[in-house]
Design a protein around this ligand. Structure first.
Ligand code: GLU
Length: 303
């Protein structure tokens, strides 16, 4: 490793990988995990795993995901954290926002939001604020219909500019996004901010499909007085039609490749080659890792 290039920014901080246990990890997920590990370890950070199982958890999926990450040679520090075991922490953050007058109940259905959001002046993808200024009697009437309200953040900005190590300055929508769903499940945007701060994550490496969510998360971190990590949104893996890699695209998981006669070293080598690196273990790649050389375009997986 070239020491001039890799000055640890904060030896106390951590990077992380935070998969949703909704199925086996595919090559693109493994590649993001490897990158998160390389970014963390090459900067002297710890590396932690967090299972984001507030919804979409499929039985057995977490075990498979962790086994695959270990099989390709990734290691992590401390115990794996599960969001489903941390509900009181999310409620504490929600209570703080509520006490500060920064939340409101929203009774809109998905369909109502889509209709209102497609109005000519609505910012793309933003909640149009339908329930923001309901009177007490309007709210009581909606509650009486039996609808379970979601809780939204009362945002005071419409957009925010964040900095990403690969994308540079990025400006995106901050709307009154959901903090807790009608079924009382904490929303991803809330949980991720609470967890990243509590786990001392100061470097978030994840797929660039999440870049548009980042201004919301940074705004929430500011609102809760929490530190904002450095962000690195890495390109996704796509199939030959330019769609996100999925099961139907042939051998996409580690198990698929092993069944086809490849070894885990072969799979690491395939992922490494997609990063223009040569090597068959993460430890070997660490010596050659240079963020400046990373491809900035999606990885089109053809085999
Ligand atoms: N759990 C999310 C996913 O698997 C990733 C969230 C994040 O890295 O912030 O897509």
């Amino acid at each position: 490793m070239n020491p001039a290039k890799f000055v640890p920014r904060s030896a106390a901080g951590h990077g992380r990988f935070a998969p949703s246990p909704s199925g086996d990890l595919h090559l693109g997920n493994l590649r993001t995990a490897l990158l998160a590990w390389l970014f963390a370890r090459s900067t002297g950070r710890g590396f932690v795993l967090r299972v984001e199982d507030l919804d979409r958890a499929r039985s057995g999926s977490e075990e498979h995901q962790l086994a695959d990450l270990a099989a390709i040679g990734l290691d992590w520090d401390g115990d794996v954290v599960r969001q489903s075991e941390r509900l009181p922490r999310y409620e504490t953050a929600i209570a703080r926002l509520h006490d500060a007058g920064s939340t409101y109940e929203c009774f809109c259905t998905r369909r109502e939001i889509q209709q209102a959001a497609s109005a000519p002046h609505a910012p793309q993808g933003a909640y149009p604020g339908t329930c923001r200024d309901l009177t007490n009697s309007e709210r009581a009437a909606l509650r009486a219909t039996g609808r379970a309200p979601a809780l939204r953040l009362r945002a005071t900005v419409n957009e925010l500019t964040i900095t990403d190590e690969l994308h540079g300055r990025y400006t995106g929508v901050v709307d009154d996004f959901v903090l807790r769903r009608g079924d009382l499940t904490p929303a991803y945007n809330l949980a991720v901010v609470v967890d990243d701060a509590e786990q001392k994550i100061d470097q978030v490496v994840r797929g660039d499909d999440l870049l548009p969510s980042t201004p919301r998360q940074v705004y929430l971190a500011h609102t809760l007085g929490l530190p904002v990590p450095a962000y690195v949104h890495v390109p996704l893996a796509l199939n030959s039609q330019g769609q996100r890699l999925a099961k139907r695209d042939g051998p996409v998981t580690l198990a698929d490749h092993l069944a086809a006669g490849r070894t885990t070293s072969d799979v690491v080598a395939i992922i490494a080659a997609s990063l223009q690196l040569n090597g068959t273990t993460p430890a070997e790649l660490l010596d050659r890792f240079d963020p400046a050389q990373l491809p900035r375009t999606p990885w089109v997986v053809t085999q």
